[in-house]
Design a protein around this ligand. Structure first.
Ligand SMILES: Nc1ncnc2c1ncn2[C@@H]1O[C@H](COP(=O)(O)OP(=O)(O)OP(=O)(O)O)[C@@H](O)[C@H]1O
Ligand SMILES: [Mg+2]
Length: 332
């Protein structure tokens, strides 16, 4: 495929100022998203998924955070070179985002209808009446019945699932070309989760919008993603088409993540959590960040950051021991 990607992250590096100086939250992250594709981003809590999305949106905290390197190419333009005014024009209209915390991103003191209408009016030359009609349509589309009445509700009057649907409606209000969906279903029960994922997929099918689907749930990835980026401690550990991630993982961390997912194809549920935890962001290991938890680690793994090795078509893993990891992956 030689098409220009819709989004291309090139060596993105995002830092925060901590008590004892700067820490790196996203370190040299590169991946592409093509038009119409669903790219899953997975990894444990703290691996840098949300910070990556907020970096793309230009929505990092105004103080104490900065992007210190790399490029974020969207339709060929580096978003890091745009003014904040240009970014405001792009946000919502070309790139939509569903935030991880729906309650904190809906304004509690305004009815939800007003919040959707505001989003539409901010981006398009369209009157209030037409924007209201579009908002009602959108609510209908995301499965909210009696939308005209619901538009008068305040966020606290809605259930968690409903609020998440409203967030999806807002993100879709201006038909963005790219949707960043940060754990869009995590807080919800399984049935609602499945409904919302179906909804996202339907909308993606209809509109051809690309989606970056952030989750720590491999089941969600298996259901929805075309391609997968596995993040660990701020870096990309492995990237591959979704079937390759499940059938032939080549990074010991991916193998571990898969082991942590209940395997619905078997009678007994395998639940193998990876021993240990993410390194502290203030004191990351100097070599491979997964080495301290990796059952395949050798002395070389601690010497330097492993470079991404190409394993197959569109498949890379940043590991010195991909050969052995792939056989680990096949072991049950
Ligand atoms: N505003 C902030 N100030 C300082 N550090 C931050 C800030 N936001 C995130 N971090 C740090 O950046 C790292 C990556 O966080 P991030 O929120 O991207 O993780 P995540 O992969 O989204 O995790 P989760 O699955 O829990 O949502 C973490 O170590 C986190 O503590
Ligand atoms: Mg997050």
């Amino acid at each position: 495929m030689s098409q220009t990607p819709l989004l291309s992250l090139r060596n993105l590096r995002t830092m925060f100022t901590g008590e004892n100086g700067e820490v790196v939250a996203v370190d040299n992250v590169s991946f592409d998203v093509n038009a119409g594709e669903i790219v899953g981003v997975v990894g444990e809590s703290g691996s840098g998924k949300s910070v990556t999305a907020l970096s793309i949106m230009g929505l990092l905290p105004k103080t104490g955070a900065r992007i210190s390197g790399g490029e974020i190419l969207f339709r060929g333009r580096d978003l890091l070179k745009l003014s904040s005014r240009e970014m405001r024009g792009l946000r919502g209209r070309e790139i939509g985002m569903i935030f991880q915390e729906p309650m904190s991103s809906l304004n509690p003191v305004f009815p939800i209808g007003d919040q959707i209408v505001e989003t539409i009016i901010a981006h398009e030359r369209i009157g209030h009446r037409a924007a209201s009609a579009r908002a009602a349509d959108l609510l209908n589309r995301v499965g909210i019945s009696s939308p005209a009445r619901r538009m008068l509700d305040y966020p606290h009057q809605l259930s968690g699932g409903m609020r998440q649907r409203v967030m999806i409606a807002i993100a879709l209000a201006c038909s963005p070309k790219l949707l960043l969906a940060d754990e869009p279903t995590t807080a919800l029960d399984v049935t609602i989760q499945a409904q919302l994922l179906d909804l996202l997929r339907d909308i993606q099918d209809e509109t051809g919008m690309a989606i970056v689907l952030i989750t720590h749930n491999m089941g969600v990835i298996a259901e929805c993603a075309d391609r997968v980026v596995v993040m660990y401690a701020g870096r990309v550990a492995e990237e591959a088409p979704v079937d390759r991630i499940f059938d032939a993982p080549n990074h010991p961390y991916t193998v571990g993540l898969l082991g942590s997912t209940p395997d619905i194809t078997r009678d007994e549920r395998r639940l193998w959590t990876i021993p240990g935890s993410l390194p502290r962001i203030e004191a990351p290991p100097s070599g491979c960040r997964f080495a301290p938890r990796c059952q395949l680690a050798i002395a070389d793994c601690e010497r330097g950051q492993p470079q991404a090795v190409q394993i197959g078509a569109a498949h890379w893993a940043a590991c010195l021991r991909t050969q052995d990891a792939s056989s680990l992956g096949r072991k049950t």
